[in-house]
Write a protein that binds this ligand. Sequence first.
Ligand code: GDP
Length: 197
Amino acid sequence: MIIHDAQFLTSNSRAELCPAPTLPEYAFIGRSNVGKSSLINMLTERKGLAKTSSSPGKTQLINHFIINEKWYLVDLPGYGYAKVSKTSRAEWTRMINFYLRHRANLMCVFVLIDSRHAPQAADLEFMEKLGEEGIPFVMVFTKADKQSTAQTKALLADYLKKMSEIWDELPRHFLTSAETGLGRDELLDFIAEVNRQ
Ligand code: GDP
């Protein structure tokens, strides 16, 4: 897929106020610092499209972008901030649950996972919840350039082994790097494929 147009549309603190669900939608989510903004900018080839400076204390917003006038890309607020208050965490849970359960045009959630890290409870639990709710998702391993290919392979194998203890069928997964562009074609091809269905 060639991205010829990528525009910021809206920021909402309430899922109820998202744009009308008239186009297929793909949401990106992950722990803070996982590389979500960098990945969105890499995919769209727009350096400043997603802001890389989101700090934990800030209002958590659902950001909609429209791509090629054909589909929505959504930057969801991340989870796993250690310093976040109970109130903010509860608000995040309410907002994300509402969004995930009610967004009629949501085709797939991209769950971003730092390829350097061993499986983290927050990610595993989030994916289990998606599974329980029947929400389609894939895993996107980020920052593949941070270690050697052999190390990435070993880390990935460990992660998938852990996942296979939980899941009968492993979710689809992609390996990416915002630095090198690794995985870009695969992710965009996947979106194009789902858009065609
Ligand atoms: P976010 O908080 O999930 O949006 O994460 P950011 O996109 O802001 O990235 C967090 C940090 O990781 C920044 O310093 C990025 O430059 C860095 N980063 C993100 N993706 C990659 C990547 O693919 N490779 C490398 N080497 N660094 C990355």
